[in-house]
Design a protein around this ligand. Structure first.
Ligand SMILES: [Fe+2]
Ligand SMILES: [Fe+2]
Length: 424
């Protein structure tokens, strides 16, 4: 059986199944091994890896859980008395470290929303022109798009959620253009999260912008078809990476990263993607990033053939598809978007504890939370559901570690809190 433990709990004799870190930070060339060497243990303990998965069928089991520290305990037990008939939403629970939540002030945010909206409007026109040129068989002038990538990059730097929330609202007709802008922004944001060299970030953003240029070879009646595609239509669609690669190869100044991402963004880790059916060992970090960013934007956007998913549902879905994505990069992707999964324990202003129950319809990075406990009074409070994305709403102060707050079984407490009805 696999167990997820803190790195500090790791002991000699345990079988390491996986280290939770980007493969770039992985301290060993092997990902699975029996831990017998004290030097190896020391290397892991001194690395940036916080969590490890161990397999107790191949080595020592996990340490026994320690009782919760009484000093930090939330005493009121009312949160665990939900009706057994209540509908329980399953929380997605990943252990978290305490961290402060810093958001732009309302004035700063409003200014950045204006800037990002105008960047998106200009981008839409520029990408439409680029695609129109490509459709006519002209070479792709990627250098002309460099200022656009820089504009997107600086907006992502200030607060990625702003430009990504705007780019998510696409009409069906502008999907292809704004999808390119969104994938550009997502790639830049993820590249920074993975701490890739800043010298590569521009090429990564450009790769996102150009990845679907081959779609200009697909007739609109197929591209915008609302129903199911015929086999021959699918073949045309599946050709777009190769067509795009050919277009970019014939153009000047297109980086290797953009060429590779264009050709490989529909490959999957298990080798079932297209066009090359390449598996993990042949897929670079850029390709792995691009398939995540591409699918995330596709399933969270309005398209001819389906309704968009919320950000957190999309991410949960993507995490459940085995063999498609690099799951470690996907975890970094979730973190890079600043999305707090359902079930996360947070502290609000007025020193109240709350649990994340969803996301604001207008802003995926602003959760809807259910308050349940006052730390000042050390007492349960009437549950209230709060959309933190609404203007003048309550402020989130920090993400809290449930253990530090005295919850020895946060999973059960969270399920009960999520099951309780509450008024907004
Ligand atoms: Fe594509
Ligand atoms: Fe795409």
């Amino acid at each position: 059986m696999l167990h997820r433990i803190r790195t500090s709990q790791l002991e000699l004799g345990m079988f390491v199944h996986s280290l939770e870190c980007s493969w770039l930070d992985h301290p060993f060339w092997r990902s699975r091994f029996l831990l017998t060497d004290p030097d190896q243990l020391e290397t892991i303990l001194s690395s940036d890896v916080d969590w490890v998965e161990i397999d107790d069928r191949k080595g020592k089991g996990p340490p026994k859980p320690e009782p919760a520290r009484p000093s930090a305990q939330v005493k009121n037990p009312s949160i665990v008395s939900a009706s057994p008939n209540a509908t329980v939403m399953q929380p997605i629970l990943r252990p978290v470290e305490r961290r402060e939540i810093k958001r732009l002030s309302p004035r700063e945010r409003a200014a950045e929303v204006r800037r990002a909206s105008s960047a998106i409007n200009r981008s839409r026109t520029e990408v439409m022109n680029l695609f129109a040129d490509a459709r006519l068989g002209n070479s792709v002038k990627s250098d002309k798009m460099a200022p656009l990538v820089e504009r997107i990059s600086s907006s992502v730097n200030i607060d990625p959620s702003i430009i990504l929330n705007i780019a998510r609202l696409k009409t069906k007709d502008e999907y292809t253009y704004l999808h390119s802008v969104a994938v550009c922004a997502l790639m830049i944001n993820l590249g920074r999260k993975l701490r890739l060299p800043e010298s590569q970030i521009h090429d990564i953003g450009m790769a996102g912008l150009l990845h679907d240029v081959g779609k200009t070879s697909i007739p609109d009646e197929i591209l915008l078809k609302p129903g199911k595609l015929e086999e021959a239509e699918w073949t045309t669609v599946r050709n777009h990476p190769q067509r795009g690669y050919d277009m970019l190869s014939a153009s000047e100044g297109v980086s290797e990263i953009a060429l590779e991402v264009c050709l490989r963004h529909h490959e999957k880790m298990d080798g079932t993607g297209y066009p090359g059916k390449l598996a993990a060992e042949d897929l670079s970090v850029f390709t792995r990033m691009s398939s995540i960013c591409d699918v995330y934007d596709a399933i969270t956007s309005q398209r001819p053939y389906n309704v968009p998913l919320s950000a957190s549902r999309a991410l949960a879905k993507m995490q459940s598809w085995s063999g498609h994505f690099d799951q470690l990069i996907l975890r970094d992707f979730v973190d890079s978007l600043g999305i707090l999964p359902v079930g996360t324990l947070v502290r609000l202003d007025r020193n109240e504890l709350a649990i994340v129950i969803g996301e604001s319809p207008s802003d995926f990075s602003a959760p809807i939370v259910r308050s349940f406990h006052s730390l000042d009074k050390d007492a349960a409070i009437e549950h209230q559901d709060i959309d933190t994305g609404r203007p003048k709403s309550r402020n989130l102060v920090a993400v809290e570690n449930p253990e530090d707050m005295g919850f020895s079984d946060w999973s059960t407490a969270a399920s009960n809190l999520l099951a309780k009805p509450a008024a907004m």
